[in-house]
Design a protein around this ligand. Structure first.
Ligand code: MCN
Ligand code: MOS
Length: 763
């Protein structure tokens, strides 16, 4: 466990829930005291390097390891011929096949860039040098290179993603105004600052893994099952993470390889996945295509939405990037039909990337709705407000809260939308064309069991303890704020321990579900600890507060005392001493523990089985936003710059507005990258990702990022979470790309329907 030294910045009121407390762990990060997974220096440690396939499909016939074996420092080489002795683990949803062997270095190659061999050597340099000397002989078979490959086929309809009400086909046919278009998004990658990798160490039958993780328990369970060990024999440690964005939720093949090597050699092994190898170690967002047909009457009232989408998946698993996820909840419509297919491609299994599903889905519907606005000749803001959904037409449930109308109107006000002239190409700034566009976004409120412990120590310090993860989004900070508020203790007096699978089980830092889920537990535990202390203080024979005659006590400034301040107050350490207590410890779960067995809870912490979706209760619960983008397009060169963004959000109550604003801005910046720059380019001859490095896979840099104004229009939503907040981490990216695409159309009259909007497409 890493204790976090706390420092106070700003006002005292920053430290409570809703305050603008700066990053709790900020000082340790910027002073280099935060230790990341690949920085743990272990005695006797050796280094592993991966060899990845160079064909898209086929079979490994032989591996020539002679030269590599003879290279300096080489200790071990693992190839598909080695039996690594592993068993397939439970998947995300809690399903596990019986005794199926797991081969992280497979003989059958399913995509270019799949790990097939590993070398372990004394140093990292020796390992990577020897890895280069390995010669693999393949028998190639035909492969499907992309969604557009003529051999790609139609794929499979995902029944659980099919959604229908009314009669969409008939209503579309009868509608006086129609638009129909296809929208496409490419494969995108996470490119977190900290690449993947781990350090693995065995002590007898106990495995310790230092690995950046969005879910310590979930990953520990996978390692345990691979090796056939009881869960308690594996510990995943991950107190600091250099960004995850969805890529670090699961234990992956390279982790299995490093752990096997460590066991076989009886020495700790570090495996740092290289930047190029990162791109095919965990898939990014799947490429998608979707057709949207909108039918409306002449007043712009939607009559029908017909949606047909598809996303690429790998050849051995169905991973859907749900193109219909936002389409169903954004607008009021009586006739709706949506279907999503997955199409197998010889590629690494795609995965979750910030705003999974909702993001490409919003790109489709939010472009389509503006296309309809231009078709009718109506302001796109007015069209959106006209078709405002007063409840969730998909589930039939009321919204728990939905201030999307306020997001649209207050965002428009701040942006100056009323100064817009409707005609494309009608606004300019000197030599550049100016365009304005809107994109709405949404992300569901997801909840999962999460536990946290509050510990009050004899010295008066308070500890908040949970396995929950902080990958930069602010978990340390908001947990400290919550304990500080309930216990009346300044944040400097609080230590937060996170990111260790041995600590109380927590939801994944994913699906924007962690803050709402874990804060409920921290709040409950802190209230229970406060109540227990009050009980002791009023009743214990040794308590200095026993004879106050009060029936309760107040906590403030690290002291507890009678409400009617007669001066009889005592610091927590004085009280603990008087009560003869070494510590006081309370564990609570955010969801009602009485209804679940211990086994159910454990399962919920290690798979997504215990997760509750947005319509699990009486309401339909989502975060909402409206982005307003301004672009400037050089008339001669076609270059697009985003010059201004104003975004208004409804995420319920904000636990820490400073961190939330940073989350929103981060999402919006990723959205700029998605709109203009990001695209995985695959060599159609061999399935190789050509731009698998940070030089060629373009991401927004400071000069691509304009002024971004973010506005909160949310109100506390206690249906959504114990403390009234909704998810924040992902909604920010959702709707940005269509806002920019719509602005580009407004500037130029050119509708680009496949991302990214590159120069070639503008010409
Ligand atoms: N928050 C708040 N008030 C709320 C909700 C959240 O103040 N009502 C703030 C808190 O600081 C909280 C943060 O927002 O720590 C994110 O909370 P939440 O929306 O619950 O999301 P999670 O904690 O589950 O984090 C995961 C989410 C996801 S899924 C991705 S992807 C993502 C993201 O967070 N990846 C990130 N934000 C990221 N931020 C950083 N720096 N790095 C990543 O990899
Ligand atoms: Mo976020 S993509 O759900 O980790």
């Amino acid at each position: 466990m890493t204790a976090i030294e706390t420092r106070k910045h700003g006002d005292a009121s920053d430290g409570v829930v809703g305050g603008r407390q700066s990053r709790f762990e900020g000082i340790v990060k910027v002073t280099g005291q935060a230790t990341y997974a690949l920085e743990y220096a272990l005695e006797d440690m050796v280094h592993a390097a991966l060899v990845q396939s160079t064909i898209a499909a086929g079979r490994v016939l032989a591996v020539d390891t002679a030269a590599a074996k003879a290279a300096p420092g080489v200790l071990m080489i693992l190839t598909p011929e080695d039996d690594l002795g592993l068993t397939v683990a439970t998947d995300w949803y809690g399903n596990r096949p019986d005794n199926e062997p797991y081969r992280p270095l497979p003989r059958e190659v399913r995509f270019n860039g799949e790990s097939i061999c590993a070398v372990v050597a004394q140093t990292r340099e020796q390992a990577s040098e020897a890895a280069r000397l390995i010669k693999v002989i393949y028998q190639e078979t035909s492969a499907v290179m992309s969604l557009d490959d003529p051999h790609a086929g139609e794929g499979t309809v995902m029944d659980n993603l099919t959604s229908k009400w009314g009669d969409a086909d008939a209503a579309f046919a009868a509608a006086p105004v129609k638009i129909k278009a296809e929208y496409r998004t490419p494969r995108e990658f996470h490119v977190a600052m900290e690449p993947h990798g781990l350090t693995a160490k065995w002590d007898g039958d106990t495995l310790t893994i230092w690995e950046p993780s969005q879910w310590a328990q979930g990953m520990a369970r996978t390692y345990a099952e691979w090796f056939g060990l009881p869960d308690e024999n594996v510990r995943v440690i991950s107190p600091f993470i250099g960004g995850g964005f969805g890529s670090k939720g699961a234990a992956l093949a390279y982790g299995a390889v490093a752990a096997v090597a460590a066991r076989k050699l009886g020495r700790p092994v570090r495996l740092a996945v290289t930047r190029p190898q990162n791109f095919t170690s965990y898939g990014g967002r799947a490429a998608t295509r979707q057709t949207i047909a909108l039918g409306a009457n002449g007043d712009g009232i939607l009559q029908a939405i017909v949606h047909r989408g598809a996303s690429e998946t790998c050849v051995y698993m169905d991973y859907p990037e749900q193109t219909g996820a936002a389409t169903a909840v954004l607008y009021k419509v009586e006739n709706f039909s949506s279907e999503h297919r997955v199409i197998p491609v010889n590629t690494v299994t795609p995965g979750a990337l910030r705003g999974p599903g909702k993001n490409p889905s919003a790109y489709g519907i939010e472009c389509a709705i503006e296309e309809l606005a231009y078709e009718i000749g109506m302001d796109p803001l007015e069209l959106r407000l006209k078709n405002y959904a007063d409840h969730d037409y998909q589930s039939g449930k009321p919204w728990s809260s939905r201030r999307l109308r306020e997001a649209l109107t207050e965002g428009a006000e701040a942006f100056g939308w009323s100064r817009r002239s409707h005609q494309p190409g009608s606004m300019r700034d000197g030599k550049t064309l100016v365009g304005w566009g809107i994109g709405c976004g949404t992300f569901p409120v997801i909840r999962a069991p999460s536990a946290a412990m509050i510990r009050i120590l004899a010295n008066g310090r308070v500890e908040v303890v949970s396995s929950a993860i902080d990958m930069g989004q602010g978990t340390y900070t908001i947990l400290a704020q919550t304990a500080s508020e309930v216990l009346g203790v300044p944040v400097e007096q609080i230590d937060v321990h996170l990111g260790d699978s041995r600590l109380p089980g927590s939801a994944i830092a994913g699906g924007s579900m962690l803050a709402g889920s874990i804060l409920g537990a921290v709040h409950k535990a802190a209230v229970a600890a406060r109540d227990e202390l009050i009980g002791l203080a009023l009743n214990d024979v040794n308590s200095p507060l026993r004879d106050t005659g009060a029936n309760t006590l107040v906590f403030a400034d690290g002291r507890m005392g009678a409400a009617r301040g007669d001066g009889n107050s005592h610091s927590l350490s004085e009280m603990m001493k008087a009560l003869g207590r070494d510590h006081l410890e309370i564990l609570r779960n955010t969801l009602d523990d009485a209804t679940q067995s211990a086994a159910d809870h454990k399962r919920a912490w290690t798979t997504l089985a215990g997760v509750q979706g947005p319509t699990a209760g009486d309401y339909s619960m989502h975060s909402w936003c409206a982005h307003f983008a301004e672009v400037k397009v050089d008339e001669d060169l076609g270059t697009v710059r985003v010059s201004r963004i104003v975004s208004a959000f409804d995420c319920g109550r904000l636990y820490n507005p400073k961190l939330v604003e940073s989350q929103w801005r981060g999402g919006i910046i990723m959205g700029i990258g998605q709109a203009l720059l990001e695209e995985g380019l695959v060599d159609q001859r061999n399935g190789r990702l050509m731009n698998n490095n940070v030089g060629d896979y373009l991401l927004p840099t400071n000069s691509d990022v304009p002024d971004i104004q973010v506005i909160s229009v949310g109100v506390p939503d206690v249906n959504a979470s114990a403390l009234g907040g909704k998810g924040v981490g992902e909604v920010g990216i959702v709707g940005v790309a269509p806002a920019i695409a719509n602005a580009v159309f407004h500037a130029t009259g050119k509708r680009i329907r496949d991302l990214p909007i590159t120069l070639e497409k503008m010409l």
